[in-house]
Design a binder for this molecule. Structure first.
Ligand code: UDX
Ligand code: ADP
Length: 471
């Protein structure tokens, strides 16, 4: 049986994963027609905008879209047409943590995956390879297969693959151009292996063969959760050590450096911070916790749960240290928060630590002024209203101000809190910032970003996460 020669690909979901991934596939495979579809008309309009004001900010993405859009890359809301025309369909829809019902707070909300799958079954008039791209709990592929097989038209056959995406936001294009690995999971049947070979052939256009790993479906699904859980676990481990550093006078950067020099450990993902965010880490660990509990493995569940608990502890520890350092009260005080995105080089705010910090400051009735170079103002208000359900928008707007300039954000404030490691915060004229702040002027660096000594020479009182110096 020769693998299907993939000529047309459709991607359902034009978000942070589907958009960049399939744009890069189109760029690297000019012989394949790629159509990215979404139900959200304004998102699709933005992908199609003549001036390339794309709906997501990702360095290098505009250049990719500029080269491929209109050639073999198309964006559309006509989901049914794209499904019908394709040989291979990526399902790349959102899978947020469930808010209500069974597994609320832990399990993934799979209704977007299910409705996309049902749509494929309802409209497909020929056989397809369906690829699960969204991060999903183990055995979701099995559910998708059942839905497709129970609802498909006669003569249609579906092969399900799992192909989790490992790109990180901010470096997505580079990660897609040169992935550490591409993982393809399939049923170990001749048809499953054949579908896997077809998808491997697509990646083979630019990814070296030895980096394309083909495994069983369940291993592929679990590997994605495992990779994210282990990356997050490194951050929680280093953040736990940062608390010891602050209590003892050790320096977490020096500890990370020394530990990371061990070639078995390696230097990456050992940077202490105010807490990890993003759409994946917390969600995937909670998924793993939920899976472990449903498999009656409470010790395994408790082990992974602690990674998320430590992250929560880090955020509240940092907020508490701001209050304690500002003479045990921030009520009525003015705090500038620099950065709102969950990391630099993205406009994404999902699970960002900045929201937790601001919520904690508001609970003390401090006034907060926020600046972020990429996050939309409307997004910040949406996140803050969701995080503070007891506050009306009018109340929030009395306490929170959003500005478009970092120097203005810091003007007349008692303290500056660095919540995201944007490079531009390094280049701020800190002398000017100091001149315009109330005194004593405090800087709380939650990202190990600024040169604390330089700031101290200007006159700031500086507190850096993971350092025990007295302020
Ligand atoms: C992550 C995984 O890296 C990626 O492989 C997967 O596909 C999706 O989830 P992402 O969430 O986009 O990617 O960003 P990542 O760079 O992993 O950062 C996640 C969070 O951890 C950010 O808040 C970041 O600031 C924080 N972080 C990262 C640290 O606090 N310290 C570190 O050393 C690294
Ligand atoms: P991710 O970070 O996983 O890419 P996003 O939320 O950024 O998640 O993107 C998921 C996209 O999937 C959203 O733009 C959403 O509108 C789209 N989507 C969800 N369900 C469907 C569906 N059934 N058909 C088409 N698009 C969908």
């Amino acid at each position: 049986m020769a693998p299907v020669n993939v000529k047309k690909i459709c991607c359902i979901g034009a978000g942070y994963v589907g958009g960049p991934t399939c744009a890069v596939i189109a760029l690297k495979c000019p012989q394949i027609q790629v159509t990215i579809v979404d139900l959200n008309q304004s998102r699709i309009d933005a992908w199609n905008s003549p001036d390339f004001s794309l709906p997501i900010y990702e360095p290098g993405l505009v250049e990719v879209v500029k080269q491929a859009r209109g050639r073999n890359l198309f964006f559309s809301t006509d989901v049914d047409k794209a499904i019908n025309e394709s040989d291979l369909i990526f399902v790349s829809v959102n899978t947020p943590t469930k808010k209500t019902g069974v597994g609320a707070g832990f399990g993934a909300d799979l209704h977007y995956v299910e409705s996309a799958t049902r749509r494929i079954a309802a409209v497909a008039t020929s056989s397809k390879i369906v690829v699960e791209k969204s991060t999903v709990p183990c055995r979701t592929a099995e559910s998708m297969r059942t839905i497709l097989e129970s609802n498909c038209r006669p003569g249609c056959h579906f092969d399900i693959l799992s192909n989790p995406e490992f790109l990180a936001e901010g470096t997505a294009i580079n990660d897609l151009f040169k992935p550490d690995r591409v993982l393809i999971g399939s049923l170990q049947t001749p048809e499953g292996k054949n579908a896997s070979a077809a998808l491997a052939g697509v990646y083979g256009n630019w990814v070296p063969k030895e980096r394309v790993l083909t495994v069983g479906l369940w291993s592929s699904e679990l590997s994605k959760l495992a990779a994210n859980a282990m990356l997050a676990q490194r951050i929680s481990s280093i953040n736990a050590l940062s608390a010891i550093c602050e209590a003892t006078g050790a320096n977490i950067d020096e500890v990370s450096h020394a530990v990371g020099f061990d070639s078995r450990i390696g230097p990456k993902f050992l940077k202490a911070s105010v807490g990890f965010g993003g759409s994946c880490f917390q969600k995937d660990i909670l998924n793993l916790v939920y899976l472990s509990e449903s498999l009656h493995l409470p010790e395994v569940a408790a082990y992974w749960r602690q990674v998320v608990d430590m992250n929560e502890y880090q955020k509240s520890r940092f907020s508490r240290s701001v209050v304690e350092t500002l003479f045990n009260t921030i009520t009525g005080k003015h705090i500038a928060v620099l950065g709102f995105a969950f990391k630099a080089d993205t406009g994404d705010t999902r699970e960002t630590a900045a929201v937790t910090l601001i919520r904690n400051f508001l609970a003390e009735r401090a006034y907060v002024t926020v600046y972020d170079p990429k996050v939309e103002v409307s997004q910040m208000w949406q996140d803050l209203t969701e995080a503070c359900p007891d506050w009306t928008l009018e109340q929030l707007q009395k306490y929170v101000t959003i500005v478009h300039d970092p120097i203005e954000a810091c003007k007349d404030k008692e303290a500056v809190v660095i919540a995201t490691e944007w490079k531009e915060f390094l280049e701020i004229d800190w002398q000017t910032v100091y001149n315009h702040m109330s005194k004593p002027a405090f800087v709380f660096d939650g990202r190990l970003l600024v040169d604390a000594e330089k700031l101290r020479k200007i006159g700031f009182k500086v507190k850096v996460i993971g350092r025990g110096e007295r302020v």
